[in-house]
Design a protein around this ligand. Structure first.
Ligand SMILES: *Cc1c(COP(=O)(O)O)cnc(C)c1O
Length: 223
């Protein structure tokens, strides 16, 4: 049987070891548990071990789960899937973070639809770092104006960058992302998050300076 508690402990140990190798502190890394397609019982099990940050990709599935888990205090929901413009309202109403923002229209809508009674929605811009035409994400040369737009949106807070590099060139992409992140951090004092690294390339991402790893399979099993 899948033991989520053991899986999370193993991942945290792996993070510690990778940090030690890279001369970094494990406190610099946030573990995002990616729970897409997995039942709420698994999320509850992960929560019981102390895990607080969860990532979801499919909006209707996510909204259903979030509404059923309101008893879990201080749980933090990250939307990490592709964004259709007609889904921005649900995202703005139900999530704490959105990591997959990649165009002006989506920024405008999220800012309009985030209630000013909420804390601002935390935003990471997704960068198409491997320049794959099929992938979502903003091109490097379009990053600056979008970052400025988020910065100027009162109901949004610019937190950083997210990327899903192509499998065969991850090290180079991770290092490029780190440079973009450092530049952005210099310009905006709210920026503190570089979200990169998944189950298969977590150690590399930690060596390259990630601050948030997004782990699904290694915690919840194959999808
Ligand atoms: C599914 C997903 C993950 C988790 O991937 P695993 O390989 O299962 O760890 C991370 N980030 C994003 C954007 C995803 O869609």
């Amino acid at each position: 049987m899948m033991c989520i508690k053991d899986n999370i402990a193993a991942i945290n140990l792996q993070i510690e070891n990778a940090c030690q190798q890279a001369n970094r502190s494990p406190e610099q890394i946030t573990l995002l548990a990616v729970s897409k397609t997995k039942p709420i019982e698994m999320i509850e099990q992960a929560y019981q071990t102390g895990q607080r940050c969860f990532g979801e990709n499919y909006i209707q599935e996510a909204v259903d789960k979030i509404s059923q888990l309101t008893h879990l205090q201080h749980i933090v929901w990250h939307y990490i899937g592709p964004i259709q413009s007609n889904k921005t309202k649900l995202i703005a109403e139900h999530f704490d973070w959105v990591q997959s923002v990649d165009r002006a229209k989506v920024i405008t809508r999220l800012n309009e639809q985030r209630s000013c009674n909420h804390t601002p929605l935390n935003i990471c811009l997704q960068v198409n770092i491997s320049q794959e035409s099929s992938k979502s994400g903003v091109a490097i040369n379009e990053l600056a104006p979008l970052a400025e737009q988020v910065h100027l949106s009162p109901n949004l807070t610019l937190r950083g960058l997210m990327a899903i590099p192509e499998k065969n060139n991850t090290t180079h992409s991770f290092q490029q992302m780190k440079r973009l992140f450092d530049d952005l951090k210099q310009r905006y004092k709210t920026v503190d998050t570089l979200s990169m690294g998944m189950s298969n390339d977590m150690n590399e991402a930690i060596a390259s300076g990630t601050t948030m790893v997004r782990i699904g399979t290694a915690i919840f099993g194959e999808r």
